[in-house]
Design a protein around this ligand. Structure first.
Ligand SMILES: [Zn+2]
Length: 446
C-alpha cells in the first residue's frame, strides 16, 4: 500500500496528538496495569498451579524494587517467596503483607473473556481474569505501593515483609500453615499481618477481624433394605430425608436473620449441603426396585467465632440432625481453635493497628464499613493462631463479589486506587513507633 505525502502528514499529526494526550501519569498507569496483567496471565489454578513461573515473576519484581528475597519450599515444588524491606529500626516488630499466589480452577467456556488473558474491556476498564479479585490484585498492589514509596525516597522505620504463599485455596497446609509455624516466622518478629478481604459492591471498603470456623459434617442413615414397591418405616432414605428437612429449617432461620438485616453474613451459622450419596448402582444408572440400606449427606458448616455456645451445635446435630433413635450416625470434622479460644483480632481502640489502618484509608480518601467477620476461611487464621493480630483487607469498593465465580474482574481504576490506599497504610504502619518497653504489647492481645 502506498500513501501520499499528505496522508503521511495527517498520520504524523494524529500520532503526535495521541502522544501529547498521554500524560506521564497515564504512561505510568499503563506500566502498572501491564505488570498486573502479566501476573494474572500466569496460570496458577488448581489442580496444577504454575508456581515456578509465578515465583520467577515475583522475584523479578523484587529485583526491580531492590528488595531482599528468599524462596522457601516447605514442601517440594510449592515455593513461598518472602521479600524484605529493612526498616531503620529493625528491632521493632515488623509488618507482614501476605497474599497467596494460587487461584481456584475455571470453566473457561463459561467466561466471556479467556480467564488467563487479563483482557481490559476498553469500554469500562474492567480487567477480566481469574485472580483479579482473589487475590493477585492485593499481592501486586503491595509491591506497587512499595514502588511509589521508594520513588518518593520514603524510608520505613519498621521492617516490612511481603510473603507470597502457595496453596491457600486448598487449605494452606503446605503454605501459610507451615510458614506461620516455622522458626523463620518467629525470627521475623511480626507485629501485624495484612491478608485478604472481600470486594464491596458499595463505596465502602471492608475490614475483617476474624473469620468463621469451617466444619465438615457427614451424616449417615441406615435402615433395612426392601423392595422398591413396599411402604415401611425407618428406611435409610426416609431417615436421611427427615434430617435434611431439619437442617434446611435451621439454614432458613439463619438466612432469615441475614435477609432481615439483623445479622451480617459472617455473624450467622451457615449450613450448605455439599453431597448426597445413596442408591445401588446398575450398569445403566441405579437399581430402581430396591430401597437402599444406607444413605449419606455431607454439609459445609461455618460457625462465627462470636457464636455463644459452640457445643450447642454439636448437641443439635446429635439430637436433631443425626439422632441415634433414627439409626443415624455422624462425623464432624472441625478446625481447632487455639486453647479453645475464638480467634479474633481486636478491632477497637485497644488495637492501635486498627486505628492506624482506618485513619490511613480515610487519608487516602477511602470510606470504610463496620468491622466484619470473614464468612469463609483465609490464611489469616494461621497467623491469628500464633497470637499475631491479622486484618483482612482487599481494597475493592464499587465491585461485585466475584471470587471463585465466572468472569471475575476488577476495574482498573479501583486497582490503581487500591495502590494509593496501601501506600497510605504502609506509611502509617511502618512509621508507627509507639511501643511499650521496646516491644509491642499487642501480640497477645488478640
Ligand atoms: Zn483468596
Amino acid at each position: 500500500m502506498t500513501m501520499s505525502f499528505d496522508g503521511f502528514r495527517r498520520l504524523f499529526s494524529f500520532i503526535s496528538i495521541a502522544l501529547l494526550l498521554r500524560t506521564p501519569s497515564t504512561i505510568a498507569d499503563d506500566s502498572v496495569l501491564s505488570r498486573f496483567q502479566q501476573y494474572l496471565q500466569i496460570n496458577t489454578a488448581h489442580p496444577s498451579p504454575n508456581y515456578r513461573q509465578a515465583a520467577d515473576f515475583i522475584l523479578s519484581q523484587a529485583k526491580s524494587l531492590s528488595l531482599e528475597s528468599r524462596t522457601i519450599e516447605f514442601v517440594e515444588n510449592k515455593p513461598l517467596i518472602l521479600l524484605k524491606w529493612t526498616g531503620k529500626n529493625p528491632d521493632l516488630p515488623s509488618i507482614l503483607l501476605n497474599s497467596h499466589t494460587d487461584v481456584v480452577t475455571v470453566e473457561p467456556h463459561k467466561w466471556s473473556y479467556p480467564p488467563f488473558d487479563a483482557a481490559i474491556d476498553p469500554q469500562n476498564g474492567n480487567i477480566y481474569a481469574r485472580g483479579s479479585q482473589d487475590m493477585k490484585c492485593v499481592g501486586l498492589q503491595y509491591l506497587e505501593a512499595i514502588r511509589k514509596l521508594k520513588d518518593s525516597k520514603f524510608e520505613p522505620v519498621r521492617t516490612i515483609y511481603i510473603s507470597f504463599v502457595p496453596d491457600e485455596e486448598i487449605g494452606g497446609l503446605d503454605g501459610a500453615k507451615e510458614f506461620a509455624n516455622s522458626k523463620m516466622f518467629d525470627e521475623m518478629n511480626v507485629g501485624i499481618v495484612l491478608d485478604e478481604g472481600l470486594a464491596s459492591p458499595e463505596d465502602k471498603y471492608r475490614l475483617f477481624y476474624a473469620e468463621r470456623r469451617a466444619m465438615a459434617l457427614v451424616i449417615k442413615a441406615t435402615g433395612a433394605p426392601g423392595h422398591g414397591a413396599k411402604l415401611y418405616d425407618n428406611t435409610a432414605m426416609e431417615n436421611l430425608l427427615k434430617s435434611i428437612e431439619s437442617v434446611r429449617r435451621f439454614r432458613a432461620s439463619q438466612f432469615d436473620l441475614v435477609k432481615a438485616g439483623l445479622k451480617a453474613e459472617g455473624e450467622v451459622v451457615s449450613v450448605n449441603m455439599a453431597f448426597l450419596k445413596a442408591g445401588t448402582p446398575s450398569p445403566t444408572g441405579f437399581v430402581m426396585n430396591l430401597q437402599p440400606s444406607e444413605a449419606q449427606a455431607g454439609f459445609d458448616i461455618r460457625v462465627p467465632p462470636t457464636a455463644d455456645d459452640p457445643a450447642s451445635l454439636e448437641r443439635r446435630i446429635a439430637e436433631e440432625w443425626a439422632p441415634a433413635s433414627r439409626n443415624m450416625s455422624f462425623e464432624l470434622r472441625q478446625f481447632k481453635q487455639k486453647n479453645g479460644k475464638p480467634l479474633m483480632t481486636a478491632h477497637d481502640s485497644s488495637n492501635p493497628w486498627w486505628s492506624l489502618i482506618e485513619e490511613a484509608i480515610i487519608k487516602a480518601k477511602g470510606k470504610i464499613g463496620k468491622p466484619e467477620i470473614f464468612p469463609a476461611s483465609t490464611d489469616a487464621r494461621y497467623f491469628r493462631m500464633k497470637g499475631v493480630p491479622a486484618i483482612g483487607f482487599s481494597p475493592m469498593a464499587n465491585t461485585p463479589i466475584l471470587l471463585h465465580d465466572h468472569n471475575e474482574f476488577l476495574n482498573k481504576e479501583e486497582y490503581l486506587k487500591g495502590i494509593e490506599v496501601y501506600e497510605s497504610i504502609l506509611k502509617a504502619f511502618s512509621s508507627f513507633v509507639e511501643a511499650k518497653n521496646g516491644k509491642d504489647s499487642l501480640r497477645d492481645e488478640l
